[in-house]
Design a protein. Sequence first.
Length: 478
Amino acid sequence: MSVSQRLALTVLSASMLMTILDGSIVTVAMPAIQRDLGFSPAGLSWTVNAYLIAFGGLLLLAGRLGDLIGRRTVFLAGNGVFTAASVFAGAATGPGQLIAARFLQGVGSALAASVVLGILVTLFTENGERAKAIGVFSFTGAAGASIGQVLGGVLTDALSWHWIFFINVPIGLATIALAVKALPADRGIGLAAGADILGATLVTSGLMLGIYTVVGIEQFGWTSGRTLGLAAVSIALLAGFLVRQATAATPLLPLRIFRSRNVSGANLVQMLTLSAMFAFQIIVALYMQKVLGYGALRTGLAMLPAAVAIGGVSLFVSAPLSNRFGARNVLIAGLVLLLAGMGWLTRLPVHAAYAVDLLPMMVLIAGGGLVLPALATLGMSGAKADDAGVASGLFNTTQQIGMALGIAVLSTLAASRTGNRLAAGASEAAALTDGYRLAFTIAAALLALALIVSLTVLRRPAAATDAAPAGDALTLAL
């Protein structure tokens, strides 16, 4: 790996760190934000939802823009928007301003994140180097999630919640300055080659409306007229988008990408896996605070072993294993570990001992360090050079959809079980624990389904498949 490649990888990882950090750091500071800005309980959720809707809804369009006008240009624009929006969020004096700023942060994150993998696979075309680069990239994501939880508690307690947003500013400015120097300029194929305005409108509105519907399920319920009506409109918009892509001369999302079993399978496995991983990332933290009585900082520190395990495996283990055994086999091994870890959580007691009841799961969750890099490799394997941006956007889109579904499904089922147990006379701690155990059980079932898909849909890649540059991988993956 050359010096210029190392610098470029540092820039891409720093941008992803900022995005992941922002997502996890907010959850710890939400009680302070609610108290200072006067959010209602329902309104407070929009500090997360506004970001998620913009981020998930715009990823596919942003990825295609990277192919058309240049990925470096879109990356720089995204980091600029995100950094400016962070200033706006940190200076917020009311709920409306913060929600608007969070939406703009989502726009910036979508622009930057949508092209990161596209840039990465075009910079690192040799099998070993690409595997190492994806491992470093995945490590950054794992580290950012846990650092955010710890840092959010420290900044909120020591300074104020405003600084959870202001901290993005120096990171963003440094990333932009280094990106100008480190990332190679690419002109793109031009707007005339793929400016599918109708397709862009259909998919962006469909995804935004779909995510908006999903995040509202906890409040309005699965069978409410609002949920069913909005879901029907969202499905109709996305169906119209697929019809448009099949007939358009210059489609926003070339459907040929889905001819690769590895690409289609990897995106499906990612949705299932990240839906399940919500149970680890969020519900375990809620269990520690609401049942075990941990504070925000102690919770973040308690989750550090998982971050170290995932990060260490993705950084030092995943690449050598992928080079020797192939991404598919590494993915399967990682899913087995994740399934074992989630199964361990289904037995959590009301009065847990950290070393006995939680720490073993933190070790088993290291399987995520195998799963995430392998999925990134498989998810980008069928993209031609001109489609790398949209393939990256698709991969990130399924990631956000998986997270949104995890939030809606697992939290709703856990809350319902908890309510039923409280009505039956159980203590609050026992009712919460029972609800969380149900969420862990559903998460384990999702991981089992992801494992089945991996075994039956994904194919065993030859060594040349993983080694192929993005432009040649489609033929090898079919």
